[in-house]
Design a binder for this molecule. Structure first.
Ligand code: ATP
Length: 496
């Protein structure tokens, strides 16, 4: 078994249609990505299970879908206009731009005076082993001086309406959260919620990142799955202030969610923000880090945003954004716990964790061991012989029936062994094979047994199942989550 490198995942994603570079035929757009036929299914599955688990299955949550373009005052009130900046430095020679706080994390180019000016690429943060100097110049070209750090706002500016003037400037939202805060009262009035309750939203966000990279880890257009969970700061939960107790609950819930859908426990850890790392609105922030190939990096953040945002929007809009506490007979501004995850980073982590290379009968097998709920295709229906019309017709009929409940694909473009490997490589948990025994041979006067072979991806075990049982079997495996071993025990094994 081998862990996946980023290069391996990038190439698998392109080859099998998970992710393509945006506008590739024009040379690509800086750090934007397009999700292909399998990528869009995987992405939708992640969002669907997240929404189901955190919105539909909870009594204390509702959903929202706010627009991407908002009133520009939103960004003044939220602090994004003044604070959503990164310090950047520019190379005076090649004009490349870097984040000042990340420039030491890049491998650097060095023309070494101790070796007649030979060019070397030196590992990030390390000195040259010939002359001992550390990087001072541009890491990319190795020649230019870097400017002093300047603050750079990460929001994309645009114009609303036909006139490009200052009065019509607006921004593509850099987070979905603000759409929730400005709708707090609308949701409260229309749903009559009591604290604590949450509002969840999945949607696109845009950041003009200075140094995007690491595939879809940091891009300029991405998607977030965010919850703003409103609590009464005067309440006590588990003997502690409600906001602090709920913060810990949400950290545990988010960690459990990623574990449930496949991330190995030793690939995820918590990072508590130090005081000087905290955002201007935060009382406490804890990140979930994932062991990405480039090192431990943020998968999601869970912040206690206090009453900062609601108070700011009340101040700037002049509208009251409070909740009436019937018990204490007082209006109060709720505190907010914000679990905020990136769809793309989650997808990358799920891909990396699912990827395995194994040796099977002397051959390399690549398999994506996706949780069945995340797998883009749930079932592949494959003909053992594509020249037999009855076999092909049975396959199409099965595909048609099964796909109403689980995305099912038909493929006859190779021999069966190869078809299985192709499905393994994209993480399809089950293959159904129709063969001569299923349909019989009228020329020889043989009737079919009406049974098909089901092959399971991880164990590669095969069982022989009557067609009439298929929907029950798959509903146990794919809907009820019954273990393969338990379902398979009821049927005879088919030889591999
Ligand atoms: P980072 O420190 O990596 O820039 P952040 O702390 O600014 O991230 P948040 O503002 O907390 O990120 O956003 C919440 C989540 O949105 C992140 O945990 C991440 O999953 C996702 N996210 C943020 N920026 C990007 C990006 N440029 N590309 C992809 N996902 C992102």
């Amino acid at each position: 078994m081998t862990a996946a490198t980023m290069d391996v995942i990038v190439s698998l994603c392109k080859r099998r249609g998970f992710i393509f570079q945006s506008s590739e035929i024009y040379g690509g757009t800086g750090s934007c990505w397009d999700y292909g036929p399998l990528g869009v299914e995987l992405r939708n599955n992640i969002k669907r299970v997240w929404w189901r688990d955190f919105v539909h299955q909870r009594d204390d949550m509702v959903g929202l879908d706010a627009s991407i373009l908002m009133h520009p005052m939103v960004w003044k009130a939220s602090g994004h206009l003044d604070h959503f900046t990164d310090p950047m430095v520019d190379c005076r020679e090649c004009k490349r731009r870097f984040r000042a706080d990340q420039v030491d994390e890049i491998d650097w180019t060095h023309y070494c005076p101790a070796t007649k000016g030979n060019k070397f690429t030196i590992k990030a943060g390390e000195p040259c082993k010939h002359c001992g100097v550390r990087r001072t110049l541009c890491p990319e070209c190795g020649k230019g001086e870097l400017t002093a750090p300047r603050q750079f706002n990460l929001m994309f500016k645009t114009f609303m309406g036909p006139v490009e003037e200052d009065a019509s400037v607006t921004y593509l939202r850099p987070e979905t959260a603000q759409g929730i805060f400005v709708n707090f009262d609308n949701v409260l009035q229309s749903t009559r919620r009591k604290l604590p309750f949450g509002i969840a939203q999945i949607g696109k966000a845009f950041r003009n990142e200075i140094t995007p990279g690491n595939f879809i880890f940091r891009s300029r257009e991405f998607e977030q799955m965010e919850i703003e969970f409103f609590v009464n700061p005067h309440d006590r939960v588990d003997g502690r202030p409600a906001d602090e107790a709920w913060h810990d609950r949400w950290i545990a819930e988010c960690q459990a969610w990623f574990a449930r859908y496949g991330l190995a426990a030793d690939h995820v850890k918590l990072h508590e923000h130090a005081r000087d790392e905290l955002a201007h609105y935060s009382k406490r922030t804890v990140d979930l880090l994932y062991k990405f190939p480039m090192g431990w990096s943020e998968l999601m953040g869970i912040a206690n945003r206090t009453d900062f945002d609601l108070k700011q929007h009340a101040k700037f809009s002049g509208k009251s954004l409070t909740w009436f506490d019937e018990e204490r007979k007082e209006h109060l501004v709720p505190f907010v716990i914000e679990p905020s995850a990136g769809v793309d980073r989650a997808l990358l982590a799920f891909l990396l964790d699912a990827y395995q290379e194994e040796e099977v009968r002397g051959e390399k097998r690549v398999v994506l061991r996706f949780h069945p709920e995340l797998a883009p295709i749930k079932i592949a229906v494959l003909p053992l012989l594509k020249k037999r019309p009855e076999i092909v017709a049975t396959c199409h009929d099965l595909r048609h029936r099964l796909t109403r409940r689980w995305l099912t694909l038909y493929d006859d473009t190779a021999a069966i062994g190869r078809l299985y490997r192709r499905q393994d490589e994209v993480g399809t948990p089950y293959c159904v094979t129709v063969d001569v025994k299923t349909v019989g041979d009228p020329e020889k006067g043989e009737t079919g047994d009406g049974k098909v072979t089901i092959r399971e991806r991880d164990t590669m075990q095969q069982i022989r199942v009557p067609i009439a049982d298929l929907e029950t079997v798959f509903s146990r495996l794919l809907d009820a989550g019954t273990a393969w071993s338990e379902v398979a025990a009821a049927y005879p094994r088919a030889e591999g």
